[in-house]
Design a protein around this ligand. Structure first.
Ligand code: 3H9
Length: 704
C-alpha cells in the first residue's frame, strides 16, 4: 500500500462503487486517509460520475481502513501552492453539488476531514467516531471552511471551544450538537447508503453555508480573545480563529471563507506552525527505535512493582493504576508507606473533587494498589521500577536484591535521573533485563519518559519500555547512558550559562525574563528554586572534592550556605512570601553585590536579546554534542524531550527546531560572539548550510 505522504499528484486515491442508485466513494490513503495528493482528484472523478449519471441519486463518501479523513496531509504544507492538493476546490464543489452527499464517518474526522464532511449535505457516524478541528495544535486554523461552517452548525460558543482546544467530540455529542445527523448502529456503509436513499428527494438541499450562526454576541468573542492570554499565550493562530468565527456571524459565507483562505496560508507559513508541525512528526518519530522493528518480541505487562512510595514512586504508581494495571509498592517503613498511599489517595480525591473522576474510580484505582514492606512481594511483577533517592550504592543494593526476587524475564527499571544505568545493571546477573525509565516530576502529570538504553539492555526490553510508555499515556524517547541523559545534561549547561550571565551583571530575574520572552513558563533560576538549590550544590561540592579542587564558592553556593534552598524553604534565589510565587529578593541582590566586589567582577548591562540567545544556544550546543555522542537518536528527539519535560514552547519547535529556524550559521556566530565553543557537529552543519532537520533525515535514510 502507498503511504499517506508519498502519492504522486494526479493519482486517484478514491475507489468508486455502486449500491443501486447510490454512488459510494471510498477514500483509500492509508494510514489515516489524509487529504493528500490524489484524494481531491479522486473525489472530483467520483463527483463527475455522479453528475453525469442520472441513475446516481446520492453520493456516500467513506474512508477505507481504520478511519475517515484525519485531516489535510500535513507533509504537503511545505509544498509550493501549485503542488499542494486542492482541498478547497473539492469542498467548494461539494457545497454546491446538485445531489445529496453523505459523509460516513468512523475513526476520526479531523481538520480537513471534518471540513469535507461539513461540505456534504449530511453526516452519519458510528458511535466510536470522533470529530474535531485540531488545526490550532499545528499553529494553523481550519482552512477549508471550518471556521465558517462549524459555528453555523454548533453555534458560536461551542465552535470556539472546539477550534481553540482542538479537541474532538464523540459521535453521540456530535449528534446532540447537530454536527452528525445520525449515529449508525451496525454497519456504517449500509447505514450511510440507507440514509442517503431516504434523502434522495429532499429539495432544496440543505447547505450549511446558507445557515446563520446562532448564539453569538460581541462579549463572547471579546471573552474568547481575553482567555487566549492564559490558554495560548504568545501564539499566533488562536486569535485568528476567534476573528474568523466572529466574521461568520456577520458576513456572508463567501466573505468569511475567502478571508479564512488568506489567513490559513499566512498561518501555515509562520515559524510557529513550522515549529508545531516539526514537533508533531518528531513525537511520532521518537517512538521508532533504529534497528528495532515492530515484530520485536515484547514482555506482556500485567502487573508492576514500584520501590519507593515517595513523590516519584507514588506518581509513577498512579500512571499504572490509571490504566488498570495492578501495582505492588514497597517501602522500608510502615510510616513511609502510609504517607505515600495517603498522597496517592489525596491526589485522586482532588481529581474527583474537580469532577474529573468519580469516587468509585478513586476506589477502583486504590484497590489495584498493594502496599508492602517486603521486596519478596515483587516476585510476580512483570516490571519493577526502583524510585528511591539518587545514590549509587543504595540503588545497586536494591538491584542485587531484585535480581534474587524478580521472576525470570521481569523488567528491572531504575528511575534514576543522572546515574549510570550500566553500573546499576552490573549489580544483577541479568543486565539485559535492566533499563532506565526516567519519569519527570510530577510523574503522574508530565508526559515525558526518557527510556534509558544501557549497554546490555535487550531489544525486547527496550521495545516493551516504549510500548509501555504509550500505554500509560507518555511520550517515550530513547536515550543513551551519560550523566543526566539528554534533558538534565542540557539543563546543567543551561544553568552554567545562567550563572555566568549573573556574574557578568544580569540580575537573576533578567535571565528568567529572557526565557519568558521566548515563551517558557519558567526561566533557569525559577526552575532551580523549584527543583531545590541544595541538589546542585551537593553535586558541585562532591565533584570538587572528587577532583581534589577547592570547595566551590560561587554566588549560588553562597545562597545555599545561607540556608536558602529554594521554594521548599520559602527562600532561594527569589523570596516566596506567599509560598509559590517568586519575588525578586533584596537579600540575593545584596549577596550578589558583595560577591561581585569580593571577586573583582566588572558588572555590565546584559541585554535581553543576549541573555535569550546565550541561554537557548547553550541548550542547542549541548544538544548537538549529545547527538554527536549518540546519546539521542535524533535532533527531533531532543526537541520532544525539551518540550514535554522542560516546558520549551512547542510552537518554537523545541531548542533544536528553534535553532534551525534561526539558521545554524547564525547560532554558531552568536555562540562564538558570546564566548561559547560551538560543538563540532553544530559547526559542521552550519558550515555545510544544513539544519538539524536535514541531519535527522539523512541519518534515517542511511539507516533504512
Ligand atoms: C488541516 O486539516 C488543515 C485544513 O483545515 C485546511 C486544508 C486546506 N498528515 O498519530 P499516528 C501520519 S491540518 C500527514 O501515529 P494514531 C503520522 O505521521 C490537519 N500524516 O496514529 C503517522 O505516520 P508514521 C488536521 C499524518 O492512530 C501515521 O499517520 N488534522 C497525518 O495514534 C499514524 O499517525 C490533524 O491535525 C496528517 N494529517 O493517531 C490530525 N495524521 O506512521 C493529526 C497522521 O509514518 N493526526 N499522520 O509515523 C492525528 O491527530 C493522529 O495521527 C490520529 C491517529 C488521531 C489521526
Amino acid at each position: 500500500m502507498t503511504s499517506a505522504n508519498n502519492n504522486p499528484a494526479g493519482q486517484n486515491l478514491v475507489e468508486q462503487s455502486r449500491d443501486g442508485d447510490i454512488l459510494v466513494l471510498t477514500i483509500q490513503n492509508p494510514p489515516v486517509n489524509a487529504f493528500g495528493p490524489g484524494v481531491p482528484e479522486g473525489l472530483h472523478a467520483g463527483l463527475d460520475v455522479a453528475e453525469g449519471d442520472e441513475g446516481v441519486r446520492a453520493v456516500v463518501i467513506i474512508g477505507g481502513g481504520r478511519t475517515f479523513v484525519a485531516g489535510a496531509d500535513i507533509k504537503t504544507f511545505d509544498l509550493p501552492r501549485e503542488q499542494a492538493p486542492d482541498v478547497r476546490g473539492v469542498i467548494d464543489r461539494l457545497d454546491a453539488f446538485s445531489k445529496p452527499t453523505v459523509a460516513a464517518i468512523h475513526g476520526t474526522a479531523l481538520g480537513g476531514g471534518l471540513e469535507l464532511a461539513l461540505a456534504c449535505t449530511y453526516r452519519v457516524a458510528v458511535e466510536s467516531a470522533r470529530l474535531g478541528l485540531p488545526e490550532v495544535k499545528l499553529g494553523v486554523l481550519p482552512g477549508a471552511g471550518g471556521t465558517q461552517r462549524l459555528p453555523r452548525v454548533v453555534g458560536a460558543q461551542k465552535a470556539l471551544e472546539m477550534m481553540l482546544s482542538g479537541n474532538p467530540v464523540k459521535a453521540g455529542e456530535a449528534e446532540t450538537l447537530g454536527l452528525v445527523d445520525e449515529v449508525v448502529d451496525g454497519d456504517l456503509l449500509q447505514g450511510a447508503v440507507a440514509f442517503a436513499r431516504a434523502h434522495t428527494d429532499v429539495t432544496p438541499l440543505p447547505r450549511i453555508s446558507e445557515r446563520q450562526v446562532e448564539g453569538a454576541s460581541p462579549e463572547l468573542f471579546a471573552q474568547a480573545k481575553a482567555g487566549l492570554e492564559k490558554t495560548h499565550k504568545g501564539q499566533y493562530s488562536p486569535a485568528l480563529i476567534v476573528d474568523l468565527a466572529e466574521m461568520a456571524t456577520r458576513t456572508p459565507f463567501v466573505d468569511g471563507y475567502a478571508e479564512e483562505g488568506r489567513q490559513f496560508v499566512q498561518a501555515k507559513d509562520s515559524p510557529q506552525s513550522r515549529g508545531l508541525r516539526h514537533l508533531f512528526f518528531a513525537e511520532r518519530e521518537a517512538g521508532k527505535i533504529a534497528g528495532i522493528g515492530k515484530d520485536t518480541p515484547q514482555t506482556e505487562i500485567k502487573s508492576a512493582g514500584i520501590i519507593g512510595a515517595g513523590t516519584m514512586g507514588g506518581g509513577i504508581a498512579m500512571n499504572f493504576l490509571n490504566v488498570g494495571l495492578p501495582v505492588t509498592i514497597v517501602e522500608t517503613t510502615q510510616e513511609a508507606l502510609d504517607r505515600g498511599l495517603g498522597v496517592i489517595r489525596k491526589n485522586y480525591e482532588n481529581t474527583a473533587k474537580k469532577g474529573r473522576m468519580s469516587l468509585d474510580d478513586v476506589e477502583k484505582r486504590m484497590g489495584l494498589l498493594t502496599p508492602t514492606l517486603s521486596m519478596d512481594d515483587l516476585k510476580d511483577a512483570d516490571i519493577i521500577i526502583e524510585a528511591v533517592f539518587e545514590n549509587m550504592d543504595v540503588k545497586k543494593e536494591i538491584f542485587t536484591k531484585l535480581d534474587a526476587v524478580a521472576k525470570p524475564g521481569a523488567i528491572l527499571a531504575s528511575n534514576t535521573s543522572t546515574l549510570d544505568v550500566n553500573e546499576i545493571a552490573s549489580a544483577t546477573t541479568r543486565p539485559e533485563s535492566v533499563i532506565g525509565l526516567h519519569f519527570f516530576s510530577p510523574a503522574n502529570v508530565m508526559r515525558l519518559l526518557e527510556i534509558v538504553r544501557a549497554d546490555k539492555t535487550s531489544d525486547s526490553v527496550l521495545a516493551t519500555g516504549m510500548a509501555l510508555a504509550k500505554r500509560i499515556g507518555k511520550v517515550g524517547v530513547v536515550v543513551g547512558v551519560c550523566d543526566g541523559f539528554v534533558g538534565n545534561r542540557m539543563v546543567h549547561r543551561y544553568g552554567d550559562e545562567a550563572r555566568k550571565l549573573v556574574e557578568e551583571g544580569a540580575r537573576p530575574q533578567d535571565a528568567d525574563a529572557a526565557m519568558h520572552a521566548l515563551g517558557l513558563p519558567m526561566g533557569p533560576f525559577e526552575m532551580s528554586d523549584m527543583a531545590g538549590l541544595d541538589v546542585g550544590y551537593l553535586i558541585r561540592q562532591h565533584q570538587a572534592k572528587v577532583a581534589g579542587q577547592p570547595k566551590p564558592d560561587g554566588w549560588l553556593d553562597r545562597i545555599v550556605e545561607g540556608g536558602r534552598k529554594g521554594q521548599k524553604t520559602q527562600a532561594g534565589i527569589y523570596d516566596y512570601p506567599d509560598g509559590r510565587k517568586p519575588v525578586p529578593s533584596a537579600s540575593t541582590d545584596e549577596l550578589l553585590n558583595t560577591y561581585r566586589q569580593e571577586k573583582g567582577l566588572q558588572s555590565r548591562e546584559v541585554g535581553q536579546d543576549e541573555a535569550t540567545k546565550r541561554l537557548t544556544y547553550s541548550l542547542v550546543n549541548e544538544g548537538a554534542q549529545i547527538l554527536d555522542d549518540g546519546i539521542a537518536q535524533r535532533a527531533g528527539d531532543i526537541d520532544v524531550i525539551y518540550v514535554y519535560g522542560y516546558g520549551f514552547p512547542a510552537y518554537r519547535g523545541g531548542p533544536m527546531g528553534y535553532a534551525d529556524e534561526q539558521g545554524l550559521k547564525n547560532v554558531v556566530a552568536d555562540l562564538e560572539k558570546y564566548g561559547q565553543t560551538p560543538a563540532p557537529l553544530l559547526k559542521r552543519l552550519a558550515d555545510e548550510g544544513k539544519t538539524f532537520g536535514q541531519y535527522d533525515k539523512e541519518k534515517a535514510s542511511a539507516q533504512a
